[in-house]
Design a protein around this ligand. Structure first.
Ligand code: F0G
Length: 461
């Protein structure tokens, strides 16, 4: 196992050509804004936000090459040049045989779930993701978490907390039979666990087991290049392999993938479904017409597909990834120095504050992560988001899920903020930490039926 932190700078392999000016607000203005937003940072207006760490989804800065690519948009209804460019990029960098564009990741999840899942099926995965699990459930399946136990402990330093517990999968196969398990959903890196990677060794073991039982592996490849970075850093035998080579090796151990290109692939909108099985491809290319658009645009403009094709190539560059995750690690190390409880090891796309340890006087039913996220916004205009009991939602019987992890996510957009911004974030969170004992819990006043965290509203108790 190699040492995790290197002393060499992670400085950016680019310079800034255009800037977006931000509005500065006062504490009083922010208190009003968050109250009006029902203590939900998703309901804030972005113009009232200073540093936006709500998500790394669709928030990246595109390169000049990608912006130039927009001008090459071939806005034909069918058979656009940009579709073929994207198709080539998916084949070249990921190695999948067939690709269908979708408007974003959940579009691909919807189609894949409808095709592969039958009523009563079991879909094991390395921790749930909100939209992915919902589409599995809507298709009649039941998600079962098969991630290693270490992933649920924010202090455990396992280098691959995204790994799958192979014994848990074996038990599921024994209990339900392989026929009830259409595929295993493998996420790279695991968002809800704190951006934690899966190792190549683990994926290989899973491949062996599933092949023996005729079970597919479907990759949630949303942050596959970030996962590859951790394999390069931490896994024996990979230090000299490029991110591009590691990404391709990961994909080669799977049968298909859903992709939210709004993350790794550095675009503001877009996604795709990739698959090696011709029959599944044919069904999907028919179904996409119903939900997204023709199979050569899938809800996207030609220019969007062009930017995505270019972004995929940029995302697997070693220099890019070193700076991208280097910045996340810089922020995490500073927060650790300040004594803030965060999920460790530091993950790929953001820092996750452990709200249970930050606010030990609050019960999970008082939504500690939700209120902490609101308090950070009031302090400095830094927008974060809840990843705890609110995000977890309710099961099919209507009961609340109670996740072990009650987290506030500081998600870092790619190529957007500077080191000085990172310092401002640390100062703000330190300030909130020093005043943490005064923070009171929340009660939910409005709860939408699906993916409640996006639109739920709260009041202070
Ligand atoms: N899978 C993972 C691991 C994700 O993080 C996301 C989105 C999706 C699938 C769905 O993709 O948004 O393009 O439809 N995550 C965003 C986030 C929303 O903030 O973590 P989408």
């Amino acid at each position: 196992m190699k040492k995790e932190t290197k002393k060499r700078s992670w400085a950016e392999p680019y310079k800034i050509k255009m800037v977006e000016l931000l509005k500065m607000t006062t504490v009083a203005q922010r208190k009003k804004a968050i109250t009006d937003a029902g203590y939900n940072t998703f309901l804030l207006k972005s113009e009232d936000v200073y540093i936006d760490l709500l998500t790394d989804s669709g928030t990246s800065a595109m390169s000049d090459q990608q912006w130039a690519g927009l001008m090459l948009g071939d806005e034909a209804y069918a058979g656009s040049k940009n579709f073929y460019h994207l198709d080539d990029a998916v084949k070249k960098y990921y190695g999948y045989k067939y690709m269908i564009p979708t408007h974003q990741g959940r579009g691909a999840e919807n189609i894949l779930s409808k095709i592969l899942i039958k009523d009563g099926d079991i879909i094991p995965g390395n921790m749930y993701f909100t939209t992915t699990r919902l589409h599995q459930e809507l298709a009649g399946g039941t998600f079962v978490d098969v991630i290693i136990d270490e992933a649920h402990d924010s202090t455990n330093l396992h280098p691959f907390k995204g790994n799958i517990d192979i014994t848990k999968v074996e038990k599921l196969i024994k209990k339900h039979g392989a026929k009830k398990i259409p595929y295993i959903c493998v996420a790279t890196t695991v968002n809800m666990a704190g951006g934690q990677p899966i190792s190549m060794e683990n994926l290989k073991s899973l491949r062996k087991l599933t092949q023996a039982h005729g079970i597919k592996i479907i990759l949630d490849m949303t942050r596959v290049a970030e996962n590859a970075f951790f394999i390069q850093e931490r896994e024996t035998g990979y230090a000299k392999k490029s991110i591009a080579a590691i990404v391709k090796e990961i994909c080669s151990l799977t049968d298909g993938a859903t992709m939210s290109a709004k993350k790794d692939a550095l675009v503001n909108i877009g996604g795709f479904l990739a698959i090696n099985d011709k029959d599944v491809y044919e069904e999907a290319s028919n179904m996409v017409v119903v939900y997204e658009g023709l199979h050569t645009y899938g809800g996207l403009a030609g220019r969007d597909m062009e930017a995505m094709a270019i972004g995929i190539a940029e995302s697997v560059s070693d220099e890019h990834m070193k700076a991208r995750i280097g910045q996340v690690i810089y922020l995490g190390e500073k927060l650790k120095e300040a004594g803030i409880p965060i999920v460790e090891p530091i993950g790929g796309h953001g820092i996750f504050i452990d709200a249970k340890r930050f606010l030990p006087h609050l019960k999970q039913e008082q939504f500690p992560a939700q209120v902490l996220s609101a308090e950070i916004y009031i302090d400095s205009g830094v927008r974060t988001m809840e990843r705890g009991i609110v995000s977890a939602g309710r099961n099919a019987k209507g009961e609340n899920y109670h996740p072990e992890l009650e987290l506030v996510r500081l998600t870092i957009p790619r190529r957007v903020y500077t080191q000085a911004h990172m310092d401002v974030i640390v100062e703000s969170i330190e300030n909130v930490y020093n005043n943490r004992k005064k923070i009171k819990g929340l009660k939910m006043t409005y709860e939408p039926k699906y993916l409640r965290f996006f639109q739920a509203r709260f009041k202070t108790i």
